[in-house]
Design a protein around this ligand. Sequence first.
Ligand SMILES: [Zn+2]
Length: 326
Amino acid sequence: MESDFALAVDIGGSKMAVGIIDTRGEPLAEPVVYPLPFGTDQAADPEALLRLLEPQVEQARRIPGVLHGIGLSVCGLIDEESGEAVLVPNLHWRYVPFGRMVRDRFGLAIYPSTDVRMAVLGEVVWGAAREARHFAWVTIGTGFGAYLYLDGKLYGGKHGFAGNIGHNTIDEVDGYPCGCGRKGCLETYVAGPAIARAGQAALETGTSPALQRLAVDGKVTTGMVFQAEAMGDPAAAEIIDRAIGMAVIGLAGLVNTLDLELIVLGGGVAHGCPDFPERVDRQIRRYLMSAEAGQDLQIKGESLPNSALFGAAADVFVRRGLVRLE
Ligand SMILES: [Zn+2]
């Protein structure tokens, strides 16, 4: 059977996922994940990414049906028309014309956007948010941020930056420095680096026997803290509880402000333990202003294997009028 499909690309901080997905949200080939081949302190070479995409584009061209274009999900700020990567911190990209390079190389239409917006589209079109009209996609990983879907529409705000809850200030006097250049942002209490930092402190003060065993060369990672908690380590459990508690305060603020019906949680930290969404769900209600909000609010985990990747395909279909949002 011939189908309508798109090539979906999701460029994250350390890896790039590529999939061929049709208008029903079915992958036509097993999605492939490439670690991005460069160090952490110099700008990533866009040519290297194009070379990784080449075999995927060739494979998509061999599938019978119509290849409608390339959906480009990028972890950063990207111009949705030109595909110019305005700022992609993890790749050290500033004003890299990546979208044009992809279009010129493969001669296909491109549909670029930031990964959180793509993730919202994936969940709305094929995932957990299909019935929702007021919801937030929230990612808790290296950072802490949200993207909003309000009144049945994507909501980006004036500059497309709406939903940056992680950079609301909690303590600008004694807080930790944040990646945004300021101090004491909510993200510095919630995201992966905060958990690793607290785990490191527990190791150094000798309060966590499990982290003592897990640490490699005296270093604790976020994943190790989750692992220590799963091993029954009380210090690790307290660290994770504290991070979830701070995330909950931020999320409750979002629900009190916007009267949301659903929050979908994704990102590496939210995937750190299987009961993460339930733990948020249990704690959030006591911060909500109305009983109605408490009754109707649902907290779910990401429902697609990679919402941003599926969303990159959904964006192609929505912008070409093949799939309608409502
Ligand atoms: Zn910040």
